[in-house]
Design a binder for this molecule. Structure first.
Ligand SMILES: [Ca+2]
Ligand SMILES: [Ca+2]
Ligand SMILES: [Ca+2]
Ligand SMILES: [Ca+2]
Length: 546
């Protein structure tokens, strides 16, 4: 075996978890490989061979990296991969569940361009450890000519416990940006005639379930009278997909400006997009279909207006009995939320979405208090959000906590085999938030590399935002809440009030050291979570309003 030694340097730093809970853990951060030793990485898996496998999206290259030394093998560069911009190229890959036991197959998905139009396909390669004639051999295309676009291709590919492949295919970025006159097809289902003709044009905005030979499983759901590869529909851009050992299928999904979603995916169900965002609550989102506007192509796109002739629909107009609300929305805002609030110096930062690039799960006892947690990587916030599942796996309990906070864009996460560590790939460029969590930054701390966070068992709890630095009263509260921050707090703090559905119903920028008054207005009585963000961490209090 020859290693391509791009870099075997290891950079080590102590990193404390930014986590408001009393039993917070601290982690040691190690950088594996130099800055930008990876091209735009899209998928990271801890391989059955104890290497870190990474797809380099733009180069169309699959590599594996020794997690101890950072030494790297370039396994294959696929010449058929077509890439332009940030949403195309080599998207995802996964291992056959019996990879080490006689089925040495790796499945990859990528965009290609045989003519004027873009497509994506899923291809199986056979791994040869010897590598003399190449590491990945004998490509076998499972499914070809899936729709692709310059935006929102998704591309998460996983194996289910049922031996089927599951694949997310995004909404192609319709109804926004440069594709603003393209109809979103997430609610449009394939017809029998299309399936018979192997025409997959209506697959955007779906989760697909695929036999390992590419055919349609006999037990796939019949939706609208048709059995196809479509397993679920109504998706926007699901870049996270995994099965828990409880057998449930989870996805994470980018919301438009609010309501990034976590979903439990069930066969045949409709997850709402573009008719519903987050919960079906008619808050802070309506669907305006620009593709139906009069002379759409002559208009200038503006996401906060709806042009003449365009179909306009509130969330409550979706009445599909297959509709399912998400497990959690991160993070939702109320109807009166001003996306262009003049108090907010940067509207991109002030939008409540986190840009969830992938989803991981932690199952085990190695990190006390973390068993059965979903882990969401954020491009926009440079951190991992941890959501605790209950025993059924179908409900989130407790508060969202934040970990591994650095000024980076996190692309994907993989748990290490020791049950006490995580690996995260970072983007080589782009915007994220700075250490305060409030300001936009393009100065990435660790661009284009792999960060390892290992539980630090040698130190006692040392948490950003110690319990003593926040006082909240009265509790219960009626008309207003007083929030006192200690004198060391910078002026860049902010507060969120979150209801039991996980929706941010009130957001206050620029809390100052000392006493701050938060008017509660006409909030419904109930239990709320107050989150105060300070110095790269946050603190949480339960607040009763009556
Ligand atoms: Ca992965
Ligand atoms: Ca993968
Ligand atoms: Ca949804
Ligand atoms: Ca909603």
């Amino acid at each position: 075996m020859t290693h391509t030694l791009f870099s075997s340097l290891l950079f080590i730093a102590i990193y404390m978890a930014a986590n408001g809970s009393a039993n917070a853990q601290s982690f040691v951060m190690t950088q594996i490989g130099a800055d930008r030793f990876l091209d735009d990485a899209s998928d990271l898996d801890y391989g059955p061979d104890d290497y870190l496998w990474v797809s380099e999206r733009d180069l169309g290259q699959l590599v594996r990296i020794d997690p101890e030394t950072g030494a790297r093998d370039n396994l294959i560069k696929i010449s058929a991969v077509y890439s332009e911009g940030r949403q195309t190229g080599l998207l995802g890959f996964t291992f056959h569940p019996d990879f080490a036991g006689g089925m040495p197959y790796v499945y990859l998905s990528y965009t290609f361009r045989p003519g004027a139009d873009l497509y994506q396909r899923i291809v199986r390669y056979t791994f040869d450890e010897d590598g003399t004639n190449g590491f990945l051999l004998d490509p076998l295309t499972l499914i070809d000519s899936l729709p692709a676009s310059n935006d929102h291709n998704s591309g998460r590919l996983i194996f289910g416990p049922d031996g089927k492949l599951f694949y997310t295919i995004g909404d192609q970025g319709g109804n926004q940006g440069r594709n603003y006159c393209n109809q979103i097809l997430s609610q449009v289902l394939p017809t029998q005639m299309e399936v018979d003709a192997r025409n997959w044009a209506h697959y955007p905005g779906k989760v697909l379930r695929i036999n390992t030979d590419g055919s349609i499983p006999d037990d796939n759901p019949v939706i609208n009278g048709v059995r196809s590869h479509v397993y679920s529909y109504g998706h926007r851009n699901a870049q996270g997909l995994l099965f828990g050992s409880n057998g449930l299928l989870y996805s994470s999904e980018h919301g438009p400006d609010t309501d990034d979603e976590l979903n439990v995916i069930s066969g045949g169900m409709n997850y709402g997009w573009p008719r519903v965002v987050g919960f079906q609550d008619d808050q802070a989102y309506d669907y305006c279909d620009w593709s139906t506007a009069t002379d759409c192509a002559t208009l200038t796109y503006d996401k906060f207006s709806c042009p003449d002739g365009a179909t306009f629909l509130e969330e409550n107009t979706l009445t599909d009995t297959n509709y399912r609300d998400p497990l959690f929305a991160m993070f939702a805002v109320a109807d009166d939320y001003d996306y262009n609030d003049p108090r907010c110096s940067d509207s991109w930062m002030c939008r409540p979405n986190v840009a969830p690039s992938s989803l991981g799960i932690y199952e085990g006892d190695g990190i006390p208090g973390w068993d059965n947690s979903l882990l969401v990587t954020s491009l926009k916030r440079g951190r991992v959000y941890r959501l605790q599942l209950d025993e059924s796996g179908a409900r989130i309990v407790g508060d969202t906590t934040q970990h591994f906070y650095t000024s980076n864009r996190y692309r994907d996460i993989a748990a290490g085999p020791d049950g006490k560590s995580f690996y995260i790939i970072t983007d080589p460029s782009g915007n994220t938030s700075d250490a305060s969590g409030v300001n936009r930054s393009s100065g990435l701390a660790n661009p284009g590399t792999i960060l390892k966070f290992s539980l630090d068992e040698s130190t006692s709890t040392n948490v950003v935002g110690a319990e003593t630095s926040l006082r909240v009263w009265p509790n219960p509260a009626t008309d207003e809440l007083y929030v006192e921050l200690d004198a060391a707090v910078t002026a860049s703090s902010r507060a969120e009030l979150i209801n039991v559905k996980g929706q941010v119903i009130s957001l206050r920028q620029n809390l100052a050291a000392g006493v701050n008054q938060l008017p509660l207005g006409s909030l419904p009585a109930g239990v709320y979570t107050l989150k105060v963000f300070v110095d790269g961490g946050f603190m949480v209090r339960r607040v009763v309003v009556r």
